[in-house]
Ligand binder design. Structure first.
Ligand SMILES: Cc1cc2nc3c(=O)[nH]c(=O)nc-3n(C[C@H](O)[C@H](O)[C@H](O)COP(=O)(O)OP(=O)(O)OC[C@H]3O[C@@H](n4cnc5c(N)ncnc54)[C@H](O)[C@@H]3O)c2cc1C
Ligand code: FES
Length: 385
């Protein structure tokens, strides 16, 4: 299989805030850029042993044929090893350097068939895919509400770009910024529209009554809180799309768990208070409800999945999108990370049957194995799980 990575030159490196820096990337082979949809991400291969992969959303207008831009938060906390990829990019990569990228992927994309109004809700560095969507929406006719939540002005990235799109829209795009803990300088500069957290009262005051499509990206607790607020305001679950910047998981399921359980599942063991207490940007009043495990169907004549080590056979009814989701619904706990066919963490032995991939894996798994996160069965399959 051909190497899916291409070399790109860092044409510009721009500091966007105290923690976020952008990298403008142009292909070295002179060939056209890969096509990309607003909201998709690029996969970066680090030049360290084993070539670990990291994914970064395209933060620029994907219609700009000259290059891609990614905007990266430097992940570093006192007493912990700095984030491998983000610290490498911030500290070691300079203009003129080479980085290796694979083609844009991801299903967190704008529904361009719709003409309904759009709500984009960004927490922290989660602004990146939403800004790319905002660029596309700026070229259309839909009403857009863009809400960016940050800690304060020091970490507020890309504000001028958002302001320029708003100014050019003739009132069709409305943007609001909330700082959870503005500094005296922020207050003096009037750099934010509101202080505190995004909550139901804030959104009710901002949004005229309508049927919105909402797009969320930010820290997990932010997304859990926003999911609860939006569904509480009557948005249908189908009208809320979201992307995690870590382990991909189900937001409705997290929202149905207690906030503490949700946090525990998404915070590295031993993380300091700054990470473990990721309560910033969230609604502390959000309450959990009992988690329920959805029932799984017993096998019938149709496709089915045998989990050989667990001694279970489950019908494939289409209610799960992937083998990974089916295994989870059946109460199993397979390893996963990206849930996007990139990292091979979910690779599992396949002793019988065939699968179809929803999107081709970045690198094909060895014969006799399958990536659970991006495949579904063709007929009956037997997994070593
Ligand atoms: C679809 C998608 C899109 C994304 N888009 C963006 C984007 O646009 N911008 C962006 O900035 N990020 C984005 N991310 C996140 C990005 O992919 C990386 O996960 C992020 O940069 C951290 O990677 P890293 O290599 O720097 O950190 P890692 O090395 O993976 O470490 C992660 C964190 O854990 C901490 N840590 C490391 N070791 C330990 C330990 N032993 N104990 C406790 N903590 C530890 C590190 O300090 C760091 O904060 C996206 C992720 C996804 C899945
Ligand atoms: S979880 Fe990463 S490839 Fe499946």
């Amino acid at each position: 299989m051909a190497d899916p990575f291409r070399p790109f030159t860092v044409a510009r490196k721009v500091r966007e805030s105290e923690v976020i820096t952008s990298f403008h990337l142009v292909p070295q082979d002179g060939a056209a850029l890969w096509p990309a949809l607003p909201g998709q991400y690029l996969t970066l291969r680090l030049p360290t042993p084993g070539g670990p992969l990291r994914t970064y959303s395209i933060s620029s207008d994907v219609a700009d044929g000259t290059g891609y831009r990614i905007s990266v938060k430097r992940e570093a906390a006192p007493g912990l090893p700095g984030g491998l990829g983000s610290c490498w990019l911030h500290d070691r990569v300079a203009e003129g350097d080479t980085v290796e990228l694979a083609a844009p992927r991801g299903s967190f994309v704008l529904d361009e068939a719709s003409d309904r109004p759009v709500l984009l809700l960004a927490g922290g560095v989660g602004v990146t895919p939403l800004l790319s969507m905002l660029h596309r929406l700026a070229q259309g006719q839909r009403r857009v509400f863009f809400v960016q939540a940050c800690e304060n002005g020091a970490v507020h990235a890309l504000r001028d770009e958002v302001a320029a799109l708003v100014a050019a829209s003739g009132g069709r795009i409305v943007a609001r910024t909330l700082y959870r803990a503005p500094t005296a300088a922020d207050r003096a500069a009037g750099a934010h529209d509101a202080e505190g957290l995004v909550d139901a009262a804030f959104l009710q005051a901002l949004l005229p009554l309508d049927r919105y499509q909402a797009y969320l990206c930010g820290p997990t607790p932010f997304m859990v809180a926003m999911w609860r607020v939006l569904t509480g305001l009557g948005l249908r679950e189908d009208d809320i799309r979201y992307e995690f910047f870590g382990k991909q998981t189900s937001l409705p399921r997290l929202a149905a768990e207690g906030t503490r359980a949700a946090l525990r599942a998404h915070v590295p063991a031993g993380a300091p208070a700054a990470i473990a207490g990721l309560a910033h940007l969230t609604n502390p009043a959000a309450r959990g409800i009992e988690e329920s495990v959805p029932p799984v169907a017993a096998p019938s004549d149709g496709p089915s999945v045998v989990f050989a080590r667990s001694g279970r056979e489950v019908a494939w009814t289409g209610s799960a999108a992937t083998l990974l989701e089916l295994a989870e619904a059946a109460g199993l706990d397979p390893e996963f990370s990206c849930r996007a066919g990139l990292c091979n963490t979910c690779r599992t032995g396949l002793s019988e049957g065939r699968v179809t991939y929803l999107e081709p894996p970045l690198t094909e798994p060895p014969a006799g194995t399958v990536l659970l996160c991006c495949s579904r069965p063709e007929g009956r399959v037997v997994l070593d799980l």
